[in-house]
Design a protein around this ligand. Structure first.
Ligand code: UD1
Ligand code: MG
Length: 449
């Protein structure tokens, strides 16, 4: 069976009070739309159509980044969920199979739940995803008769009796594409909201004698986001899930609630994460790694046996090989650090290669930027970079080479060479006393007058 996803994302999100369209607000550093699309991807859809409205250009650009095959269609006026789904019809010209309608602002539906909806198509023509609401508030109510869904009644249009129902509509729906579009043509806006309701499909399908049913999922999965407070709560739900998954996989989180994860953080088993570590997007950490407190990682890879932090910053393109040590106040960007190499204190290594077992002394800086262009620094294996070395890129330091403390390296250093590049020291016997006497006398003169 072919599947097409339609993701509704045209709403303004007034209560976000933002210039950014609601669906692009991030949860765990990925737009909520990306979470919804990722859940849908488990159905292996043949087509994906996103219905955009407010700030559609921004939504289009974001969708292109997430899934280049997805099509974005414009709903110029937000006339209701039914009207929104109809906007996808042209983009799905010639498609035969099932439509699965998702909401871009309902990012937590699991792939497993979507699979259960698709499976339920075996016994019904139209499948609605419902949930038992702790507080049914203004959700649409599902009017059931046994396993059959008779109709969905919107809160605004419901009687007191119907409002007492606690089994609610998540908004997600699956059914045959041809049937859904045909019934959508019959939907009228003759309701309290004056909108074209997608939910009318249930009653219209029943009127044709088609089977309509509901599949239930935990309320947590249908969490919709309408405000910044909802967004923060959603992020907390994501974090709790992601931390629990890591613990399950055999990762130690010493204080789980202080570790902030991204949507795609991957951490191998027997790795230990100390309290207060932040993961940006694109981080993979292998097994048996120690990440100490207050480290910040994004777009990087850490191989097994390495130790990072405390207070380390790994930026995009940092590739740490096995058994490396990256210590406090060290920043690594776009650089490969070889097996067993150490950068333990107060350094910046950017646009660089550091060979195996090389030691980078405290305060070493790769001077990679000349104000216009970036340049690379290459350091060989088993080299020793003295403390406070400035490596003015482009520059190369060979295998087993040594740079003296305080060196400003502007020329390549050959394998096994020692580079000294600093002003030679001169000592003046007894001159310290004279200097101090002179300074004190000067201060006394100035304070008198
Ligand atoms: C909808 C359902 C309701 C359900 C609730 C769950 C209808 C008529 N009602 O109500 O039964 O309990 O969701 O949260 O479907 N959208 C568009 N274009 C539009 C209108 C909406 O793209 O013209 C999008 C929104 O951006 C949002 C989703 O559709 O992602 C739902 O719209 P919303 O206005 O929040 O519907 P509700 O009134 O909450
Ligand atoms: Mg809503």
């Amino acid at each position: 069976m072919s599947t097409a996803l339609i993701i509704l994302a045209a709403g303004k999100g007034t209560r976000m009070n933002s210039d950014l369209p609601k669906v692009l607000h991030p949860i765990a550093q990925a737009p909520m739309l990306e979470h919804a699309m990722a859940a849908g991807r488990a159905l292996d859809p043949d087509r994906t159509v996103v219905v955009a409205g407010h700030e559609a250009d921004l939504v289009r650009a974001a969708v292109a980044e997430i899934d280049e095959e997805a099509v974005v269609v414009l709903q110029e006026e937000q006339l209701g969920t039914g009207h929104a789904v109809l906007q996808a019809r042209d983009a799905l010209e010639g498609f035969r199979g099932d439509l699965v309608v998702l909401y871009g602002d309902t990012p937590f539906v699991t792939s497993e739940t979507l699979e259960r909806m698709v499976a339920a198509r075996g016994r019904a023509d139209l499948v609605i995803l419902g949930f038992e609401a702790a507080d049914p508030a203004r959700y649409g109510r599902l009017v059931m008769q046994g396993d059959s869904l008779e109709k969905i009644i919107e809160y605004k249009d419901a009687t007191e009796e119907e409002r007492a129902i606690t089994f609610c509509n998540s908004g997600l729906m699956a059914g045959d594409a041809e049937m859904m579009f045909r019934l959508l043509d019959q939907v009228k806006a003759d309701n309290a909201a004056g909108e074209y309701y997608l939910t009318d499909l249930a009653e219209l399908a029943r009127a044709e004698g088609l089977a309509v049913t509901a599949v239930a999922c935990p309320e947590e999965e249908t969490l919709g986001i309408n405000s910044r407070a909802d967004l923060a709560a959603a992020d907390a739900v994501f974090q709790a899930r992601a931390r629990a998954d890591l613990l399950e996989l055999g990762v130690t989180l010493m204080a789980p609630e202080t570790v902030y994860l991204a949507f795609d953080t991957f951490i191998g088993r027997d790795t230990v994460i100390e309290p207060n570590v932040v993961f940006g997007p694109g981080v993979t950490v292998e097994s048996g790694v120690l990440i100490k407190s207050f480290s910040h990682l994004e777009g990087c890879h850490v191989s097994r046996g390495s130790k990072v932090g405390p207070y380390a910053r790994l930026r995009p393109g940092a590739e740490l090989a096995e058994d490396t040590h990256i210590g406090n106040f060290v920043e690594i960007k776009n650089a490969e650090i070889g097996i067993g190499a150490k950068v333990n204190h107060l350094s910046y290594i950017g646009d660089a290669t550091v060979g195996e077992a090389t030691n980078i002394g405290a305060g070493t800086i790769t001077c990679n930027y000349d104000g216009v262009m970036k340049h690379r620094t290459e350091i060989g294996s088993r080299a020793f970079i003295g403390s406070n070395t400035m490596l003015v890129a482009p520059v190369r330091v060979g295998n087993e080479a040594v740079t003296a403390t305080g060196a400003v390296i502007t020329k390549d250093v050959g394998d096994g060479d020692l580079a000294i590049a600093r002003v030679e020291q001169t000592n003046k016997p007894g001159r310290a006393y004279k200097l101090m006497d002179m300074l004190r006398a000067k201060k006394a003169r100035l304070s008198k007058g």
